[in-house]
Design a protein around this ligand. Structure first.
Ligand SMILES: [Mg+2]
Length: 248
């Protein structure tokens, strides 16, 4: 196993040097972690609870209303948990249900922010190979400080990162947050590689800064796959487990 990491690291190290990359910046949610699954699981429990409570509606109706309200809330509340009050309000209006009956079940959705998502297949091995190349590594993540702590501690990920930028959950992740990480390493954007599942907040944001090496890992969030993929972006459909291969 160790020998394999070493061999892969030698090859990856050559791939990074060839491209002039000295810093690799990772997104966390749905890049390294399967955060979408935590949302799906809690969403299903929330829909079940409302379905039991309001027998005149189908699960499909409740689910559709929740998805619409949640997507709309992203544009007003970004990734903040305060979104759920707005979501309950919209669902109450759309489904003609009492707000209190819906909001009483919101703790199910708030549980999301206390849960550590599982690592994506191959995520740990990928981080180990990158680390073994000697490249500097940073994390630019978008969530509360508390939830970030839970996620990184659960999988012992702190030792991988030289710098961690936590973007306020109430605002949108953009170029300025990636630039903060780049500045902390005191390197130029062209010496950096960025990686993430959010086309706007990760990929276009870094392209705008002049980060030429970008890896896009398309995920399950429709709101994150909107718009153009900047030219030159490496798209890895299989996710984090194939990132090293895409750079050899
Ligand atoms: Mg992400």
């Amino acid at each position: 196993m160790f020998k394999e990491v070493e061999n892969r690291a030698n090859l990856l190290g050559e791939g990074l040097s060839r491209r002039g990359i000295v810093v690799v910046l990772f997104d966390l949610d749905d890049t390294l972690l399967d955060t979408n699954k935590v949302f799906r699981d809690q969403r299903d429990k929330f829909v079940d609870a409302l379905d039991r409570k309001f027998s005149n509606l189908t699960k499909e109706d409740i689910g559709r209303s929740l998805t619409n309200a949640n997507n709309a809330a992203y544009y007003t509340h970004s990734v903040s948990p305060t979104r759920w009050d707005e979501v309950a309000k919209s669902m109450s209006e759309e489904l003609a249900l009492p707000f209190e009956g819906i909001s009483a079940e919101l703790p199910i959705l708030r549980q999301i922010y206390k849960t550590a998502p599982e690592l994506h297949e191959g995520a740990l091995e990928t981080l180990q190979v990158f680390l073994a190349t000697g490249v500097q590594m940073g994390l630019v993540t978008h969530a509360s400080q508390e939830w970030t702590q839970i996620k990184l501690e659960a999988h012992n990920l702190f030792p991988f990162f030289d710098e961690i930028v936590v973007v306020d959950e109430n605002i949108f992740k953009g170029p300025e947050h990636w630039l903060e990480a780049i500045n902390r390493f005191n390197v130029l954007p062209e010496q950096v590689m960025s990686m993430g599942d959010n086309l706007g907040g990760d990929i276009r944001a870094t392209a705008e800064l002049g980060v030429k090496h970008r890896i896009y890992l398309p995920g399950k969030w429709s709101i994150y796959s909107d718009g153009e993929i900047p030219e030159g972006t490496i798209v890895v459909e299989e996710g984090i487990k194939k990132v090293v291969d895409s750079l050899l």
